[in-house]
Design a binder for this molecule. Structure first.
Ligand code: ADP
Ligand code: ZN
Length: 211
């Protein structure tokens, strides 16, 4: 299966992606993760990406599309993958359709009023889990694996505001793009837990016999 994961920042794409990967063994390709790895490694791409990410803007399409196009030629991506964070605008979606046959777009719908608090209170673990500060008490170690938690550099109110603006102006129109292609599947992430969202996803996947 070739899946595109869509949703606003804070909708829980990363959380659901790690659950999907665990259950269906899908290859998870996150452009945000790729950029963060490049920043950490101090590459040229990382240096370029950082200035855009810090501002809550999109990294230029030529760079991003090239990275994804290359990544999809790797052997491990032959039978399927889940793209998380790509495409993020119409141009990228149209480019993607030139080098990949996407089967389905999984859109995580979320109440926008919840997003700011969700993202700014978010603590991450290198194991892939993330937690809201309200469930951690005074502790800042991962309840699952014991490693220290950290906050993402772009999870501050100012950058989050810009990321949300970018999402609504550039990425949200992709919901219609995939609906028109008959590929859209939407689940809702309201006040419910990540588990509730995952139950919906599994139901949708099983309906389509996805694995
Ligand atoms: P979130 O969805 O929570 O904003 P991501 O990890 O997906 O987080 O993305 C973080 C940042 O990385 C984005 O704000 C953007 O600057 C950059 N980025 C990620 N994917 C793309 C993409 N497809 N095109 C351009 N920029 C991207
Ligand atoms: Zn952990």
């Amino acid at each position: 299966m070739k899946i595109v994961l869509l949703g606003a920042p804070g909708a829980g794409k990363g959380t659901q992606a790690s659950r999907i990967t665990a259950k269906y063994n899908t290859l998870h390709i996150s452009t945000g993760d790729i950029f963060r790895a490049n920043i950490k490694a101090g590459t040229e791409i990382g240096k370029l990406a950082k200035s855009y990410m810090d501002a809550g803007k999109l990294v230029p399409d030529e760079v991003t599309c090239e990275i994804v196009k290359d990544r999809l030629t790797w052997e491990d991506a032959r039978d399927g993958y889940m793209l998380d964070g790509f495409p993020r605008n119409l141009f990228q979606a149209e480019e993607l359709d030139k080098f990949a046959d996407i089967d389905l777009c999984l859109n995580i719908d979320v109440d926008i009023d919840l997003l700011m608090d969700r993202i700014c209170g978010r603590w991450m673990c290198t194991c892939g889990e993330s937690y809201h500060v309200s469930m951690l008490g005074d502790s800042r170690v991962c309840p699952k694996c014991g490693k220290p938690l950290y906050q993402r550099a772009d999870d501050n109110p100012e950058t989050v505001k810009a990321r949300l603006d970018t999402y609504f102006s550039q990425t949200a129109p992709l919901v219609d793009y995939y609906r028109e292609q008959g590929k859209l599947v939407s689940v809702t992430s309201g006040a419910g837990s990540p588990d509730d969202v995952f139950v919906q996803i599994v139901k949708e996947f099983d309906k389509r016999d996805l694995r």
